[in-house]
Design a binder for this molecule. Structure first.
Ligand code: ADP
Ligand code: MG
Length: 717
């Protein structure tokens, strides 16, 4: 048996099993070895019902019956309850506030129940246990398979797919272990590194993760694999970083005095964080290689001003070998509305200077200043604009995706700014890189507060600057967590604000009408249904409209424009809709199903109403009675900023749940690793040292191959 062999050449697989393995992306022996259990079941916990005692943590197998819903005597809380029975006896099981459970299981379905025993020894019951339907009950003999000789009491539970069981995987892995292959396995992580961080070798880690004797062993093994994954990522990122350091950039000369004049004309004083960000960028400009920097700052923290100040520096630098002209900047934003807003702000910052500004979007082009009236912008043809960009006459070009079309070519492109960078792919970014050997400085900006460890990992090739200070004088947003039953009161308050002329956002978790068959979905507000309900029942005197991702781009732009013009008073939208748009008159935001979102995401959503001098309000509607959920939401009222919330989220929910592993293509383990600051920093440091010493990894060819193989499954946007 070889590690790269197809599983089917060593195991007899039924069609259904092949399909199931395919779904789990397992085809080779290697894949199976790297399919890790997500937990372990301690068979010492498996009990017969008659053995159960109060306070036991136990697992039982039996059939469920008699499920029904009743209301608690005083609180009227709905309770689902029934009985589980095995050959030895019967026990009551109940769930509070989860009435749908009563409808999920038919009588006499075989189930596995895991939880803590409550009640008394005489009258035990399970309250809120985990219950899953299973295909067949284990035989009593199987249940009592507790051979004192067998020290293997922790049984792995794998992510399964229909057609393949944990048990099958367990035995298949045993067979691989017994084939003697583990001794030949190449361990990609150098021994010295393993030693430095007390991590087990690959062979030991594989045995420990699949068949741990002690919980401690499985934890060490998981740590090793988590490190491995983060290390691969860091290697790839540090390599990119190294390559970038050997690229050529256009030299930008910095005149601090004239920059002071420029920023001194802003209608506000820069925050300390803005000053620091500008200095960091300027010192990058002085280097011979291009900057690669991520600027992360809450909505409203003033990223545009940082961009403008640094654009000023490039636009006032002569191209190499000239004593006239300007270096050029491309400023890319995700939507047309944003492009127009930025064009306007830039005009106000640059109007006193002889520096032309262009705007390019799919619906047309503009130039400032107009020849006729020097204080205004004018429409120009695309051909004309491209000509002026091509010959270097327009130093600043702001635009949407239209900016990266093939036809757009710059004479002296020195600086690229990408706003809300997660909206663009790497490929799109690369298109902005010049074709000759000169690579522009890159500033990526984002308002998505992600924890530092995550940023260091997925954006490991970029330098990171945080704008962690809000401009002075902003009134903090008033946030209320609205629990069940307090809806009407809140609508009353919102109506007051509408009466005063303000506008309102309502954010719903989904677009479509919930599927009535899906019990669990019943409580989830949808944009379409909510728009109907709000316009007919709640705010009949105001214009309510919706905005969501399934609408055509044109419809979206029109709706947004109408909202900006105050022709729409209440805008019902999904969470993914239009970031960064500035509508100062919108001061109220309602977040439906708030308990479903990460805190950092909620924070980012409410940031939309933080742009005004009017008092802003955020109402987070929580359709849950879970105390823990409501406590978690309360952090929205106390946290200092988005970063604090992002870290808080990470601590209580874990990265996997927060961002969804699909988002970046990391495994669950990799996402877990993000919680561990020390590990992320260690992996980064080791990767940096290795690349500095051996940039092409010629001493570690297999490691390099593994890392680039792995890199194919990531998509860090
Ligand atoms: P974002 O970081 O979300 O892109 P913007 O750059 O759009 O934020 O800035 C939001 C608002 O704050 C703008 O109206 C801008 O003029 C204003 N602003 C930026 N910096 C400051 C500051 N230092 N003091 C006061 N207001 C500021
Ligand atoms: Mg912005």
């Amino acid at each position: 048996m070889q590690i790269q062999d197809e599983l089917s050449s060593h195991f007899r697989l039924a069609e259904s099993q092949k399909r199931a393995l395919g779904k789990l992306n397992i085809t080779t022996v290697y894949d199976l070895l790297y399919h890790f259990p997500n937990r372990y079941e301690n068979i010492a916990d498996i009990k017969l019902i008659k053995e159960l005692k109060k306070d036991d943590s136990a697992i039982i197998y039996g059939t469920i019956s008699g499920l029904k819903i009743r209301k608690a005597f005083k609180s009227r809380t709905p309770i689902a309850e029934g009985y589980v029975e095995d050959l030895s006896g019967k026990i009551k099981v109940m769930w509070f506030n989860q009435p749908y459970i009563a409808k999920m299981f038919r009588d006499f379905t075989p189930v596995k129940v895991a939880g803590k025993v409550g009640g008394s020894d005489k009258n035990p019951y399970f309250a809120n246990p985990e219950m899953t339907a299973i295909n067949t009950l284990p035989t009593e003999e199987g249940l009592l398979r507790r051979d004192p000789q067998d020290s293997q009491t922790l049984l792995p539970v794998y992510p399964e797919s229909r057609g393949i069981t944990s048990k099958w995987m367990y035995y298949a892995i045993q067979k691989i272990f017994n084939s003697g292959n583990l001794d030949e396995l190449y361990d990609p992580i150098p021994k010295e590194i393993l030693k430095r961080y007390y991590l087990p070798t690959l062979k030991t880690a594989l045995i420990w993760i699949h068949t741990p004797k002690k919980e401690k062993d499985s934890i060490s093994a998981r740590k090793r694999f988590a490190f491995e994954e983060v290390f691969y990522i860091q290697l790839v990122k540090q390599k990119d970083r190294f390559t970038n350091k050997h690229e050529q950039a256009l030299r930008v000369s910095v005149d601090t005095a004239s920059l002071k004049t420029f920023t001194g004309r802003f209608p506000f004083k820069l925050t300390g964080a803005q000053e620091k960000a500008i200095s960091a960028i300027i010192s990058d400009f002085k280097k011979t290689y291009p900057m690669s920097r991520l600027l992360e700052g809450d909505v409203g923290s003033g990223k545009t001003a940082v961009a403008a100040a640094t654009v000023y520096v490039t636009a006032t630098t002569y191209p190499q070998g000239q004593d006239f002209g300007n270096l050029q900047t491309a400023y890319m934003v995700p939507t047309e509305i944003l492009a127009k807003q930025h064009f306007q702000s830039f005009i106000s910052y640059f109007e006193y200077l002889p520096i032309k500004i262009g705007l390019i979007t799919s619906s047309g082009c503009k130039k400032f200043p107009s020849k006729v009236d020097g204080s205004k912008a004018t429409d120009i043809s695309k051909a004309q604009l491209l000509k002026w960009v091509g010959n270097g006459e327009i130093p600043i070009l702001i635009g949407t995706h239209a900016l990266i079309q093939k036809k757009v070519s710059f004479k002296n492109l020195a600086y690229v700014i990408i706003d809300e960078q997660h909206r663009f792919g790497t490929l799109q970014r690369q298109k902005l890189v010049r074709k000759d050997n000169i690579v522009p400085h890159l500033l990526s900006m984002t308002a998505t507060p992600i924890p530092r460890t995550l940023a260091l990992t997925i954006y490991g090739d970029l330098d990171l600057t945080l704008l962690d200070e809000m401009p002075k004088g902003r009134k903090p947003i008033i946030t209320e967590i609205v629990t069940q039953g307090n809806r009407d009161q809140t609508y009353e308050k919102v109506r007051e604000k509408l009466k005063e002329g303000r506008q309102v956002y309502v954010i719903c978790p989904r677009i479509d009408e919930p599927d009535p068959k899906k019990e669990l979905a019943l409580n989830v507000k949808s944009v379409k249904e909510e728009t109907k309900r709000l316009s007919s029942d709640v705010f009949p005197d105001y214009r309510v409209a919706m905005l969501h991702g399934k609408m055509k781009p044109k419809e979206k732009e029109e709706t947004m424009e109408a909202f900006i013009q105050n022709n729409i008073h209440v805008l019902v939208a999904t969470s993914v809709v239009e970031v960064g748009v500035n509508v100062p008159n919108a001061t109220v935001i309602i977040l439906e199903g708030a308990e479903r979102f990460g805190l950092a995401q909620l924070h980012q959503l409410r940031g939309r109403v933080l742009r005004s001098t009017h008092q802003a309000y955020c109402y987070a509607f929580a359709d849950t009675k879970s105390k823990a959920s409501i406590e978690r939401l309360k952090a929205l009222k106390s946290a200092k900023d988005g970063f604090e919330l992002a870290e808080f989220d990470l601590k209580i929910r874990g990265a996997g749940e927060l961002y969804g592993k699909k988002q970046w293509g990391l495994t669950d383990l990799g996402m877990e690793a993000i919680r561990n600051v020390k590990m992320v920093e260690a992996a980064r440091k080791e990767a940096q040292t290795m690349i500095d010493d051996d940039p092409n990894l010629t001493k570690h060819t297999l490691l390099s191959k593994f890392a680039s193989e792995k890199a194919k499954s990531w998509h860090f946007e």
